[in-house]
Design a protein around this ligand. Structure first.
Ligand code: IPM
Ligand code: MN
Length: 355
């Protein structure tokens, strides 16, 4: 009997629904080929729902989402909603409440994709960032005093727990071993200045490293990492870091792999429900125009299949995307692909079904 995966789909705002539709098209193509089924349940969470109902998420949203094997998210962000409300109320809330403590972001330059770095080729840019996803500056600890006065005080604290740091570092070591590439894990921190938070990270990192003698444990300051992403991206295999640094360096990572049109990520709870998403925004100005590039969402779908244990299917999706970037599209930019959103999805689906 073939396996059926229950997937909660949150298309979200802007171009989210369009790119998610293409991701699902590709999933359907590979599911037939590799002999599994998907059972999709759609949720209307996002800006439109919020504007209509005044509610960001229904009270039982997390409880409902907990029942799925995985979640597939398009994009959150609406031009008529004040920045922060939907991001915090939906995306961050789900990451936190579902305890998706890993944000996994592969940075890989696919063939044919234009790279802004001089002389760098696909073999030079292929690493993965493991970002802690539930703590740090994102925990929301702090507050303000005397707001709006000349004496205003704003405090935003970074929360780092031994448990949170250790589980993230362990995940990164395991991931690096399984990936089996350079077998090098780099801790990205700031031990020379953030001497409380990154002291905990550094000690935990080298303690856990003892259990992984096959992995080279490496360290770099976050500022230096941004330099090396540009100068020597080939040095990196897997990088582990805290929430804020991970947020920042993965946008840089997305740019060196060709931009937001191709960057995908997974919010992972290895013991619970994980959520996969293209990491670009909702691009509202392209909404409904059938011009947005769906490859990032398709890649996120591929990551989801791999996470569900459909390795072959996930790899077929990635290979098909590489075939398309290498041979069939002019640019990753919206409106400049030489294909519409739906045509790009059709092509990946067709190739993934046979490659
Ligand atoms: C990301 C995004 C989010 C983050 C925003 C939208 C809250 O930038 O997924 O990287 O900061 O984590
Ligand atoms: Mn970000």
């Amino acid at each position: 009997m073939s396996k059926t995966y229950r997937i909660g789909v949150i298309p979200g705002d802007g171009t989210g629904p369009e790119v998610v539709a293409e991701g699902i098209k590709v999933m359907n193509a590979v599911s037939q080929r590799f002999g599994f089924k998907t059972d999709l349940t759609y949720f209307d969470f996002g800006g439109d729902r919020y504007l209509k109902t005044g509610e960001v998420l229904p009270a039982d949203a997390v409880e409902q989402l907990q029942k799925f094997d995985a979640l597939y998210l398009g994009a959150i962000g609406h031009p008529d909603v004040k920045p922060g409300i939907l991001e915090k109320g939906i995306l961050l809330k789900l990451r936190f409440d579902l305890d998706q403590y890993i944000n996994l972001r592969p940075v890989k330059l696919y063939p044919g994709v234009e790279c802004p770095l001089k002389d760098k080729r696909p073999e030079d840019i292929d690493f993965v960032v493991v970002r802690e996803n539930t703590e740090g500056l994102y925990a929301g600890a702090g507050g303000t005093l005397k707001k709006g006065t000349a004496d205003e005080v704003a405090i935003q604290e970074s929360i780092n727990t031994r448990k949170g740091v250790e589980r993230c570092i362990r995940y990164a070591f395991e991931y690096c071993r399984k990936r089996n590439k350079m077998k090098k894990l780099t801790l990205c921190g700031k031990t020379n200045v953030l001497t409380f938070a990154f002291d905990l990270w550094e000690r935990t990192f080298y303690e856990v490293a003892k259990e992984y003698p096959d992995i080279k444990a490496d360290y770099a300051h976050v500022d230096a990492i941004t330099m090396w992403f540009v100068k020597n991206p080939e040095w990196f295999d897997v990088i582990v870091t805290d929430n804020m640094f991970g947020d920042i360096i993965t946008d840089l990572g997305a740019m060196i792999q060709g931009g937001m049109g191709i960057a995908a990520g997974g919010n992972i709870n290895p013991q619970g429900v994980s959520m996969f998403e293209p990491i670009g925004g909702s691009a509202p100005k392209y909404k409904g125009k059938n011009v947005i590039n769906p490859l990032a969402a398709i890649c996120a779908g591929g990551m989801m299949l791999e996470y569900l244990g459909e390795d072959e299917a996930g790899k077929a999706v990635e290979k098909a995307v590489m075939e398309v970037t290498g041979k069939h599209i002019r640019s990753l930019a919206a409106g400049q692909m030489g294909l519409s959103t739906a045509e790009a999805g059709d092509l990946v689906a067709k190739i993934a079904a046979t490659i």
